[in-house]
Design a protein around this ligand. Sequence first.
Ligand SMILES: NC(=O)C1=CN([C@@H]2O[C@H](COP(=O)(O)OP(=O)(O)OC[C@H]3O[C@@H](n4cnc5c(N)ncnc54)[C@H](OP(=O)(O)O)[C@@H]3O)[C@@H](O)[C@H]2O)C=CC1
Ligand SMILES: CC(=O)[C@@H](O)[C@H](O)COP(=O)(O)O
Ligand SMILES: [Mn+2]
Length: 385
Amino acid sequence: MEKKKGIAILGSTGSVGTQALEVIAAFPDQFELVVLTANTNADLLIDQAKKFQPNTVVIGDEQRYEEVKNALWEDDIKVYTGDEALQQVVEMGEIQVVLTAIVGFAGLYPTLRAIEAGKNIALANKETLVVAGDLVTRKAKEKGVSIYPVDSEHSAIFQCLAGEYHNPIDKIYLTASGGPFLGKKRNELVSVSAEEALNHPNWDMGNKITIDSATMMNKGLEVIEAYWLFGLNPEQIDVIVHPQSVVHSLVQFSDGSIKAQIGNPDMKLPIQYALTYPYRFPGETPRFDFMQYSNWTFEKPDKETFRNLQLAYDALEMGGTAPCVLNAANEETVKLFLDGKISFLQIAEINETVLRSTEIIISPDLEDYKRVDALAREKVLKGCF
Ligand SMILES: NC(=O)C1=CN([C@@H]2O[C@H](COP(=O)(O)OP(=O)(O)OC[C@H]3O[C@@H](n4cnc5c(N)ncnc54)[C@H](OP(=O)(O)O)[C@@H]3O)[C@@H](O)[C@H]2O)C=CC1
Ligand SMILES: CC(=O)[C@@H](O)[C@H](O)COP(=O)(O)O
Ligand SMILES: [Mn+2]
């Protein structure tokens, strides 16, 4: 029998993490779960560890360490806490693929360490590539490590590219749902609440990405993510609004032919493909019903109203640390919005102010990214919002 594939899930208690565990549970003969990590959700991490019996777990929050350790003592599961532990566990010999399902900049360090240790990456944490795409892709190339996209649009592009290695890409189309406020103009968005913004029409996701979808920053981050994953020019990356979220993205080749990947809005499929690549495992996921989705529509994104999308293109054009600045500002403005401290429209306004007022370093190293990230966050927080 073939050896099972060793998997680490960073961020196992989140939306992607919990769905990844469903995928793993569906193929017990194929995967061996080696590591699970969470930030603060000790209760769920304990439940997951008891059920899946990984070798090791990491709880970010040091206050919850004793509780997790005591709960898992009789299961003989190693328990660690803190940022350094999160970076060390990805080096374990039994791991073949690290699924990065942590949200935000915090995913960058363990991803880099995993690449350094020669582990293939199933990448959900798009912020890693947005912040430091040059560093991450260079390191992956150097170490012969593959980065398999988990993000549904990028998985779609990746699937369309299978077998097309020799064929030049004309352009790609990333599809966007448009979020809960599709069709609204700025004057209608002045006082929308966090609750309304968290009401995504098609996907059930973590809070941060759901707000990003509502502001269309998610699509902006995905443009930058695609730039690094597929080695395209910004002009080759287009966004089209497709409110049904069943055409997950499209590739147009140099002869004009377009390939699309289609399916239900369900993250388990892209997660599974990233873990089983180059194979497709036969699965029980509900089959697509064309009659349920008989009306597909496409429209142009409104970059005036959803300014964040334009800002992401601008940051990509500016280069160097500009996307890192935009990402850091956005992580903070999203938190402020969720805490009721700023309005929905202020998210993009503050992001833009920070982006335009922060000096760019053109060839940054990891320390530069760390400093620039901290500086941009400080600018948002010192804005006295
Ligand atoms: N959800 C989705 O369908 C999709 C998500 N993505 C991307 O995947 C990533 C994860 O998204 P999602 O699952 O929605 O997010 P969630 O907020 O649902 O989950 C985040 C996970 O990361 C952990 N975490 C949060 N902060 C830290 C930190 N500072 N250090 C270590 N661990 C941390 C959380 O732990 P705890 O639970 O303890 O807080 C949790 O396990 C994001 O980058 C997102 O953009 C991409 C495509 C689709
Ligand atoms: C599931 C997924 O990949 C999300 O990134 C999703 O695409 C968000 O939807 P929109 O950003 O298109 O609203
Ligand atoms: Mn996506």
